[in-house]
Design a protein around this ligand. Structure first.
Ligand code: ARG
Length: 616
């Protein structure tokens, strides 16, 4: 779900000294100019430009335009429309050959000189982000150069309960989106909406007080919080007076009773240590701001909604009805306590009004789609988005399945602990490395680094390379396979590319100097030009992925780039030995293409939160 009245991604397609050129977006804007100029009477005529199969890009507008004009009584053939569009195209360095094909298709080849220039930019300036941010911001003139702010809510496990694969998905997807946003220049606030305020704390605290009465002076040994939680749950279900005390604890907790708060902190800390291990291993940065943070804000939200007459009393509950949604939000329960709905009404208000977010993102499983939709509607009804130019997204995702196609479970049928999952990944990746005797090639530090890099890259990439909206099957065998669109394949491809420059003995300084001076005529060799054209697609890809928040588009591009590279490398030698004289000759033009490929891949890895290896 997207609620948006703001587009970030229109201007700046042509790049500048700090931004990369977006090839496709530039073409779209050129064709748009042509179509509007040729047919000024109807500004809704479609501008369709897409990457082509037989050609670099293709404009498919002529057919629908001809249909529309003909229907309006101005009969015209698609081929005629195509001719008129091309006549009206502005002159531009990007255009190579332009051809007509079929009933009005316009095939565009990108000029080789233009491609070379972009490759040179990559080599000299690095992988600059696309320019997607020169937008009007919310804060008027005084905030002219202020970066737009994104508040992204992801990971969000629950204290005392196990952090499970669903949270892993949210963590991986959220981190990657945050990395992309940071890279293109947003001010990103990464929030961990920990479940740290629910009714489970009543049981936990009551149980803690019974079992470790001296908890205030001595830290209780509750390392295994999950079994501690299970014990307390059992008592809760079987001992009426315990249940009573548990409820009292919740009330006292929400009233910030100091003793109870102390016990609450103890249990939270144990859970946090567990979570932090996972975040550290996976290189995830996130700020803890759990449900407890919103307690006083929830009280205010209820007051505000009441004063705006938006709450209705229904069987003792205070509910909020929303346009076009059947189920109302439950804001206050019969016993006076708040719900998940209340807390998310508080998060959205806080993020809009206190954080001044320009873009709010919630990375939460698709099972909560209705909840999120209701919260977004609730915020609108409450008037919190009024006059604001904000974009709000629920980034949903499917369930993680086991290889049997059912919800992922451990062999004994329990939910898999994330820590165990990571450990298994590490074991498997080491086994894989040993299959090719890497332990004899790499130093002990290098092999340990490789082990982690491969394991975590595979876990992250398997998740990110699938369309997040569908369920995906978790299979170590598949993710560690070095064939196909896997992290193992890409990591291997990357190190191979990096080794080319090393083998040739060319250092970075020489590469830079050469990139500056050399004539980069990729036209000589078809495969070079094809690779170069693939490389320069990244800025368009980053932009689309950002707009749709679908990371698999980036993974598909990486795979396409790696296979295009293989095609090139199999035929085009970078280092050649003269058969007669034995003299070694370096083809710098090709070595530079390798370098550009590796740099783009590296930037993609970075966005996905994957650490590639220079040597493996
Ligand atoms: N803790 C919740 C869960 O495990 C996810 C919270 C997501 N964030 C939010 N603002 N609702 O399902």
């Amino acid at each position: 779900t997207t609620t948006s009245n703001k587009t970030y991604f229109t201007s700046g397609a042509q790049g500048d000294s700090q931004h990369s050129y977006r090839v496709l977006d530039t073409l779209i804007s050129l064709f748009e100019q042509a179509i509007r100029k040729a047919f000024p009477e109807d500004v809704t005529l479609p501008v369709l430009v897409v990457p082509g199969r037989q050609t670099d890009y293709q404009c498919n507008s002529a057919m629908p335009i001809a249909q529309k004009l003909t229907a309006a009584g101005k009969k015209i053939a698609p081929t005629e429309v195509a001719k008129i569009i091309v006549e009206n195209l502005p002159k531009h360095e990007i255009f190579g050959d332009i051809q007509f094909s079929g009933p009005g298709f316009i095939n565009v080849t990108i000029a080789a000189a233009f491609v070379s220039e972009q490759i040179r930019n990559i080599l000299l300036k690095g992988i600059l982000p696309p320019n997607v941010l020169n937008i009007v911001d919310n804060h008027g003139s005084q905030g002219e150069h202020k970066k737009p702010k994104v508040v992204i809510d992801f990971s969000a496990p629950n204290i005392a309960k196990e952090m499970h694969v669903g949270h892993l998905r949210s963590t991986i997807i959220g981190d990657s989106i945050a990395r992309l946003l940071e890279y293109v220049g947003f001010d990103v606030l990464r929030l961990n909406h920990l479940g740290d305020w629910g009714t489970q704390f009543g049981m936990l605290i009551a149980h803690l007080r019974d079992k470790f009465p001296e908890y205030k002076t001595k830290s209780p040994p509750i390392g295994d919080l999950l079994s501690f939680y299970k014990e307390s749950k059992k008592r809760f279900d079987n001992e009426p007076d315990f249940k009573q005390r548990a409820y009292e604890c919740v009330v006292k907790l929400q009233a910030f009773d100091p003793d109870i708060i102390h016990a609450w902190k103890l249990t939270c800390d144990v859970s946090r240590q567990d979570f932090e291990y996972i975040y550290k291993e996976l290189d995830i940065k996130i700020i803890d701001r759990g449900e407890s943070f919103y307690q006083s804000r929830m009280i205010d939200v209820v007051k505000e909604l009441e004063s705006k007459n938006l709450l209705k009393l229904e069987e003792g509950r205070k509910v909020m009805y929303l346009p076009d949604i059947d189920v109302p939000l439950t804001i206050v329960k019969t016993d006076g306590s708040f719900t998940y709905d209340t807390s998310d009404m508080a998060t959205i208000k806080q993020r809009l009004e206190e954080e001044n977010g320009d873009w709010l993102i919630y990375v939460i499983d698709s099972g909560q789609a209705l909840h999120m939709q209701s919260i977004f509607a609730g915020a609108r009804v409450a008037g919190w988005t009024k006059g604001k130019n904000v974009r709000i997204d629920h980034v949903g995702f499917g369930v993680v399945l086991g290889e049997d196609g059912k919800k992922l479970k451990s062999r004994s049928g329990e939910t898999i602990r994330l820590r165990d999952l990571l450990d298994e990944g590490l074991g498997r990746s080491m086994a894989k490395l040993k299959e090719t005797d890497r332990q004899n090639v790499l130093t002990p530090e290098e092999i340990e680094k490789a082990q982690k890099s491969v394991a975590y890259a595979c876990i992250k990439y398997a998740d990110l390379s699938h369309n997040r909206n569908s369920d995906y099957i978790f299979s170590f065998d598949r993710m560690l396979d070095i064939r196909g669109n896997t992290a193992a394949y890409l990591l291997y491809a990357y190190t191979r590319i990096r080794s080319i420059g090393r083998t040739a003995g060319v250092d970075q300084a020489t590469l830079k100097a050469t990139a500056h001076d050399i004539e980069l005529n990729f036209e000589i060799e078809e495969r070079e030009l094809k690779l170069a054209k693939c490389i320069i697609k990244y800025a368009d890809i980053f932009t689309r992925v950002l707009d749709e928040l679908l990371m698999h588009g980036l993974c598909e591009f990486m795979y396409q780039l790696a296979t295009t590279f293989t095609d090139f490398y199999d035929r085009c030698y970078c280092v050649e030995k003269d058969k007669v004289t034995g003299e070694v000759r370096l083809n710098y033009r090709r070595i530079l293409l390798c370098e550009a490929t590796a740099n783009v891949l590296k930037q993609c890895f970075e966005i996905l939160g994957i650490q590639p290896l220079e040597r493996m």
